[in-house]
Design a protein around this ligand. Structure first.
Ligand SMILES: Cc1cc2nc3c(=O)[nH]c(=O)nc-3n(C[C@H](O)[C@H](O)[C@H](O)COP(=O)(O)OP(=O)(O)OC[C@H]3O[C@@H](n4cnc5c(N)ncnc54)[C@H](O)[C@@H]3O)c2cc1C
Length: 405
């Protein structure tokens, strides 16, 4: 142990990954989670190769691969005509090009791996029922202020408390997140209930007018994840609200019956109103720093929010390790390393929503033509900035075997 403890507020994917990364570098870490147990809500999550570069750096690469379904394709369908627009082959060339696969995992499985890694590391203390309402810091120490009145101090406080971060409110003070005007409905169904002709080993996107549908297999093909989104201008930012089948259908009236069949097979739908924020460079307040959605919440159209949180965790631990006690310098280095990359994803996700996921009329026809023209090589070239490892050193746990489908 090298320092007074580092306090992490929030035990989501970002906070737990940061705890592991720091503990592996011999920092003592205390994670304060508001919920009464460590868990993830929602089912599937897509992970680009960059997430696996981060897992390799956390020595969790094999564990993450063991719970993943390695999809073979990103498939783009026109939700109005039901035509296939294009598909991107994610097998040999893609995996060789980026040194890691594109995969889908169950959030609960992923979170479980992170929780276990924390529980088995003596440098990590995990606490629950810790609702952090704010902080104090004096340039040398930071103190988390709990709703219960308890105060927990350390040499540094990391705000990893997600989209509606209390820590961000104090660091940045930019109010509530921006409601994007879209609602995402999620459901998970047993594979045998998925229409047989759509049981593809792919992350499939049906792009419609102001709406889209995504599906992919999960958990060793036991279930299919359905996540469908429409523009319906919600005013309240709800998360995981149970909704009726009819309410779900409302935003998808114009999609092809083949796409609508997917909705009919879903059940126990829950709604999330999607939100993001404009990028900011105010991630630091003395000994307090932001990470993950607290720093750079983004729309889901790049499927990168969790991937970015994982990368943040690795980068922050690297900088703190290198800084030999100069924490202020380390925080600046971390922010500078992460700012433009995450801003590019934040702003790019909005563009993807407008130009790929949700256009209509001629805009959609143009999308179809442009997407058809993109070769696999060009696709990989266009996304190399995102999927290549952002970390300077070679990965330490780079066991690449075991890619399965
Ligand atoms: C519909 C949808 C689809 C998505 N798909 C993908 C995808 O395919 N791939 C991808 O990479 N990303 C995806 N994302 C984004 C991803 O889910 C998030 O970016 C990621 O979960 C952020 O992790 P985090 O740890 O920063 O925040 P969170 O996961 O929000 O974790 C924050 C934690 O902090 C706790 N907390 C909050 N407030 C307090 C407090 N006051 N005190 C203590 N604890 C507190 C919470 O309980 C929670 O455990 C998607 C998001 C949405 C909405």
């Amino acid at each position: 142990m090298r320092q007074a403890p580092i306090i992490i507020v929030g035990g989501g994917i970002g906070g737990l990954a940061a705890a592991i990364a720091l503990a592996q570098k011999d920092f003592q870490v205390t994670v304060l989670e508001r919920a009464s147990r460590y868990q993830e809500i929602g089912a599937g999550i897509q992970l680009g190769p960059n997430a696996f570069h981060a897992f390799d750096r956390l020595a969790l690469g094999d564990a993450a691969r063991s719970i993943a379904v390695f999809i073979d394709q990103l498939r783009l369908m026109d939700a109005i005509s039901a035509e296939e627009i294009t598909n991107i082959d994610l097998t040999d060339y893609f995996r060789r090009r980026f040194g890691n696969p594109y995969a889908v995992v169950h959030r609960g499985d992923l979170h479980g791996i992170l929780v276990r890694a924390c529980e088995t590391n003596a440098n990590v203390t995990l606490r629950t029922d810790c609702d952090v309402v704010g902080y104090e810091q004096n340039g040398a120490r930071a103190t988390a202020l709990l709703k219960s009145g308890e105060r927990i101090s350390g040499c540094l406080l990391i705000g990893a408390d997600g989209l509606r971060s209390r820590i961000r409110q104090q660091v940045v003070g930019d109010g509530a997140p921006r409601i994007a005007g879209h609602t995402t409905y999620r459901s998970v169904i047993p594979t045998e209930q998925m229409p047989e002709d759509l049981r593809w080993n792919a992350a499939t996107l049906w792009a419609g007018a102001k709406c889209h549908l995504v599906h992919y297999p999960l958990s060793g093909w036991k279930v299919f994840n359905l996540a469908i989104t429409c523009h319906n201008d919600p005013v309240e930012a709800v998360a995981a609200r149970p909704v009726s089948h009819d309410e779900v259908l409302e935003g998808f009236r114009d999609v092809h019956p083949r796409a609508k069949a997917i909705i009919h097979h879903g059940k126990d739908w829950k709604a999330w109103v999607t939100c993001d924020r404009d990028p900011t460079d105010r991630w630091i307040d003395g000994r307090v720093v932001l990470l993950g959605d607290a720093a750079h919440p983004m729309l889901q159209y790049f499927a990168q929010g969790a991937c970015m949180a994982l990368e943040d965790a690795v980068c922050l631990a690297d900088e703190l390790d290198k800084a030999q006690g100069d924490l202020d310098h380390a925080l600046e280095q971390y922010r500078n390393a992460r700012l433009l990359r995450t801003a590019r994803v934040q702003l790019g996700a909005r563009e993807l929503g407008n130009h790929v996921y949700h256009p209509s009329g001629v805009h959609a026809l143009l999308r179809n033509q442009l997407m058809r023209e993109i070769s696999l090589e060009r696709f990989c070239e266009n996304l190399a900035w995102l999927y290549q490892s952002p970390f300077p050193e070679p990965t330490s746990d780079a066991v690449r075997g075991g890619v399965r489908s």
